[in-house]
Design a protein around this ligand. Structure first.
Ligand code: AMP
Length: 249
């Protein structure tokens, strides 16, 4: 069995995001970039399935600028076998990413595609679902537990009401939640070894799919600043303030 894992390069989740003065986006120059967190869980789960002997090959793919290759190298350093970098110089929306992934799926013929449940930069939560629809494959989204059987995969999904367990036929698209596992760290020797693992390069616009973005970003702005809180000395004062100042009771 083969798993294709999609990894996206995003601003590191610890970075304090700074909005550009002209409202055209956020600052990315000299900003630490990392793999989108749930994508690390997707890689970890694929590698664990390989280690269990149920999966033969794990292929990591990223779509983005030259430096996006770092996310693939990181996946290779924790156990993926080979990488694919689809070069794109500007942002591609989930629809375009899904179209590119579909093209690669047709070529690679994996049994499963693993993705993160959501990218922390655009917060779209769309790519996996769109890819499944385009491929006409079953999808298991927000997976917090997976159990790969013979030709099916059992998935525990995090939904509003709690946990839902489903079983879907392969080939399938699986999107991964942060609770799925604890991603491992890459050791220095493995980082060195990853440099020698194969990385195929493609150019997004040569893949013959329409990558025109459908969404126009009008403006990016900081959320309104929160006012500082106050301390009250008694319950009576609190009730009085809620009644007379905040007027909420
Ligand atoms: P989104 O639909 O943008 O929230 O992204 C969901 C998931 O799709 C991510 O967690 C990634 O696994 C995958 N994905 C989205 N964009 C890219 C990209 N440019 N390269 C690789 N994977 C991506």
């Amino acid at each position: 069995m083969k798993i294709l894992v999609a990894v996206k390069r995003v601003i590191d989740y610890n970075v304090q995001i700074r909005v550009k003065e002209d409202g055209s986006g956020v600052h990315t120059d000299n900003v630490k970039m990392s793999t989108n967190p749930p994508d690390d869980n997707a890689v970890e789960e694929a590698v664990k399935l390989k280690e269990s002997g149920k999966v033969k090959e794990v292929v990591a793919i990223t779509i983005g600028e030259e430096k996006a290759q770092e996310t693939v190298r990181k996946a290779l350093a924790v156990g993926a076998d080979r990488g694919i970098h689809v070069k794109a110089d500007s942002y591609i929306e989930p629809l375009g990413v899904a179209k590119i992934l579909k093209k690669v799926v047709e070529k690679e013929k994996p049994d499963m595609v693993f993705l993160g449940k959501q990218a922390i930069d655009d917060d779209c939560n769309q790519t996996g679902q769109m890819l499944a629809a385009m491929l006409n494959w079953p999808q298991g989204t927000f997976s917090s537990k997976v159990n790969l059987k013979d030709k099916v995969i059992e998935i525990v999904r995090e939904i509003d009401e709690g946990l839902e367990t489903i079983e879907i036929n392969l080939p399938a698209v699986v999107t991964c939640d942060l609770r799925l596992n604890e991603p491992r760290y890459a050791s220095l020797p493995n980082i060195m070894k990853a440099k020698k693992k194969p990385m195929e390069q493609m150019v997004a616009k040569d893949l013959g799919v329409d990558l025109t973005n459908r969404i126009q970003q009008l403006k990016v702005e900081e959320p309104p600043k929160r006012k500082g809180g106050i301390k009250v000395s008694s319950v009576a004062e609190l009730v009085s303030k809620l009644k007379n100042e905040a007027k909420v009771i």
